[in-house]
Design a protein around this ligand. Structure first.
Ligand code: KG4
Ligand code: ZN
Length: 414
């Protein structure tokens, strides 16, 4: 089974060919990142124009480099959401046209789910351009806990199987990558923020500042339902039942077990809040801004655009390192909580921020199980992950999209 994947949701135009949902035959990605650098972020119109200019060439090259012909291609998979409307349109219209012209089935792919499937690539073909790729050696096992951390998303989901998952939590404001990008602007390191904050952080003290970590306590309805189901079910979720029992005992604050039928004591210990897996990164971003202003002896009215000229290189490095520590600790803590509650057979990390060595180190430190990572180039936006998920759509007989009517879904969620 050979699937051509097409990805154009943000500033990367990418095409890839994947065989059988595990073997990458080619991936060609053109990024318009350099065109956006002078504006400090992606300019949607510039991204869309760049997709138009290069998408045909990128697809032709991906097919050529894969060693396949159009006859070999069994299906086309395209990102239809979430993303920038203008950018998504170019990929979707191109895929629709190619599906009609070459008479191939078309699969509409959710970009965020796609990120997770970068972890299912375990081999590369004989294409010399892929010779130095280091994907995972084995596909992850189910139930699988997925942490998705990118410029547009911060999500934790538990997958019982392909296409059968529950979203445990997500960001309520900024995504973690977005926070990296905004902090980059505050300290004046160039776009893209993540890798440049990472470089700056390497020179700084991660404990120079103590930034707040948001603790969210309203579980989503999906999480409430999952917990209710788990309370009556068995299997891989047994560990959580035990934990829920322990928590109940802790909240009661009594030495006497509630099972003994006594009324709860009048003086309760501080009530333990029900954990949720939602994130919030806007507070830490604002804390970085306030700390930067205070570092140069100014108050909150000092314009952020003038900060980079006034901050010393040491101050910038300390702000970057302290922010990076707080951000990665936040997601690592939540991942550990979810690991303990759901006892998954595997944990995968997906999305652009999965490329962060600081996050990888923090997870290795905190999680009791090893995590296998895919190649950094497969963490950021690419069509290899889209083609891989497309293979699973096809393998499992999922419905195809109508090439005459498939619409984009810029606000698609998991
Ligand atoms: O997955 P991706 O390519 O695009 C989206 O779907 O959003 O992720 C891009 C995000 C950007 O916010 C970028 O700053 C962040 O991933 N990123 C990093 C690193 N490399 C990329 N963040 C932290 N550390 C990195 N090394
Ligand atoms: Zn992405």
């Amino acid at each position: 089974m050979i699937v051509l994947g097409i990805e154009s949701s943000c500033d990367e135009t990418s095409a890839a060919v994947v065989r059988d949902g595990d073997t990458l035959l080619s991936v060609v990605t053109n990024s318009s990142m350099d065109l956006h650098a002078q504006y400090g972020g992606v300019v949607p119109e510039i991204a869309a124009r760049s997709h138009i200019e290069c998408i045909n060439g990128v697809i032709t090259q991906a097919i050529e480099e894969s060693g396949c012909t159009w006859d070999d291609v069994n299906a086309i998979a395209v990102t239809y959401g979430a993303g920038l409307g203008g950018s998504l349109l170019i990929g979707v219209l191109t895929a629709r046209t190619l599906a009609i012209v070459h008479n191939k089935p078309l699969y509409a792919i959710n970009h965020v789910e796609g990120h997770v499937y970068a972890n299912f690539i375990t081999k590369v073909g004989s294409n010399p351009k892929l010779a130095d790729y280091q994907p995972r050696t084995e596909q992850p096992a189910f139930p699988m806990l997925a942490l998705i951390v990118s410029g547009g998303h911060s999500q934790l989901a538990v997958f019982r199987d392909h296409f059968d998952y529950t979203l445990l939590g997500q960001t309520q404001d900024d995504a973690i990558g977005e926070a990296f990008d905004k902090v980059a602007k505050i300290i004046g390191v160039p776009y893209p923020g993540g890798p440049n904050v990472e470089k700056k952080a390497a020179e700084g003290n991660p404990h120079a500042f103590n930034f707040p970590k948001a603790n969210m306590h309203t579980p989503s309805p999906a999480l409430v339902e999952l917990r209710a189901n788990m309370a009556t079910a068995h299997g891989p979720l047994d560990a959580s039942e035990k934990r829920a029992g322990e928590e109940q005992a802790e909240t009661s604050g009594s030495d006497v077990s509630p099972a003994e039928g006594l009324a709860p004591p009048k003086t309760m210990k501080k009530e333990k809040l029900i954990p949720s897996y939602d994130f919030s990164f806007s507070g830490v971003k604002t804390a970085v801004l306030r700390a930067a202003q205070a570092s140069i002896g100014e108050d909150h009215s000092f314009p952020s655009k003038d900060l980079p000229d006034r901050l010393s290189e040491t101050q910038k490095a300390d702000l970057a390192a302290s922010f990076q520590r707080t951000a990665v600790e936040t997601v690592a803590d939540k991942t550990l909580e979810a690991y303990e509650e759901f006892a998954p057979a595997s944990v995968v990390i997906a999305g652009g921020v999965a490329a962060s060595p600081a996050l990888r180190e923090m997870l290795a430190e905190r999680l009791p199980c090893p995590i296998a990572y895919t190649d950094r180039r497969l963490c950021t936006d690419n069509a290899a992950m889209i083609a891989t998920l497309g293979c699973f759509h096809m393998k499992l007989g999922r419905p195809t999209a109508d090439p005459y009517s498939l619409e984009i879904a810029p606000n698609l969620s998991m």
